[in-house]
Design a binder for this molecule. Structure first.
Ligand SMILES: [Zn+2]
Length: 219
C-alpha cells in the first residue's frame, strides 16, 4: 500500500507557506506511476505557487517492490533520530524474506532502484564502482562519487551509464555492460551469502565494503 500525507512547506525563496504531499511509503508493484514519478524527480519536487521556485524536498520514504522482495528505506541525513528509529522499528523483523536497504539520499534511493531493476546485486555494483572510481582517480580523470543510472537505450542497452558527482559538478561516464558482467561473478564470490542478509536493514555503500575488508581474515 502507498501512504501519503500533506504537510506545510515554507518556500525557501519567498517564504510563502504551501501544502505539499509527501509519501511515507510507495508500493512500486501496486502503483507503477508513483515509481515513475519518484525516478523522474516529480514526486519530491516542490513548486511554489507564489514565486515559481522549484526545489526538491527530502523526507523519509519507504520504497517497496513486492515482485522483487525488496524494500529500500530513504532516511535523509538531516532526519531526526527519533523519526529514523520509529520508522525502522515499525518495519523491523516484519519482512524476513526481503532484501532491505537503508539509504541517506534521494540519489542513492534512485540508484538502488535502477540497480535492482537490472536484477543486479547492489553489493556487487558497489564493489565494481569502487574499482572504477579508484582507476579513474589514479589516471587523474575524476574525483567524486559514481551513481549508476541504468543501461543506455540508445546503445541497445549495451552500455551502462554512470553520473559522476563532485560537489556541484556532474558528468556522465559509460562502460560496456559486458565489462560489468565479466567481473560480477568473481565479485559475488567474495561477498557474504545473500540469503543470510535477508531481512536486515543494510547500508550498502563504501562503508559496507570497508567493513567487509576489515573483518576479512585470510585462512
Ligand atoms: Zn516561493
Amino acid at each position: 500500500m502507498s501512504v501519503h500525507e500533506k504537510i506545510e512547506v515554507t518556500c525557501p525563496s519567498c517564504k510563502a507557506v504551501q501544502l505539499f504531499t509527501i509519501w511515507n511509503s510507495i508500493n512500486a508493484t501496486e502503483s507503477p506511476p508513483l515509481k515513475t514519478r519518484l525516478l523522474n524527480g516529480d514526486l519530491t519536487m516542490f513548486r511554489c505557487e507564489a514565486c515559481g521556485e522549484s526545489t526538491h524536498i527530502d523526507y523519509p520514504l519507504l520504497y517497496h517492490d513486492m515482485s522483487r522482495h525488496l524494500m529500500i528505506w530513504l532516511v535523509p541525513l538531516d532526519a531526526a533520530d527519533k523519526d529514523v528509529n520509529s520508522c525502522i522499528e515499525r518495519y523491523l523483523g516484519a519482512i524476513p524474506m526481503h532484501r532491505c536497504r537503508l539509504v541517506r539520499s534521494r540519489n542513492a534511493l534512485i540508484e538502488k532502484i535502477l540497480i535492482f531493476d537490472e536484477e543486479v546485486d547492489d553489493r556487487v555494483m558497489e564493489f565494481y564502482k569502487m574499482i572504477v572510481q579508484e582507476a579513474l582517480q589514479e589516471r587523474g580523470e575524476f574525483k567524486g562519487t559514481l551513481f549508476f543510472e541504468g543501461r543506455n537505450k540508445e546503445s541497445k542497452e549495451k552500455e551502462m551509464v554512470f553520473t559522476c558527482i563532485s560537489g556541484k559538478e556532474a558528468l556522465s561516464w559509460s562502460a560496456p555492460w559486458t565489462e560489468f558482467l565479466s567481473v560480477a561473478d568473481d565479485i559475488a564470490a567474495m561477498l557474504p551469502d545473500e540469503n543470510k542478509e535477508l531481512g536486515k536493514w543494510l547500508t550498502v555503500d563504501p562503508s559496507y565494503l570497508h567493513e567487509l575488508e576489515s573483518s576479512y581474515k585470510p585462512s
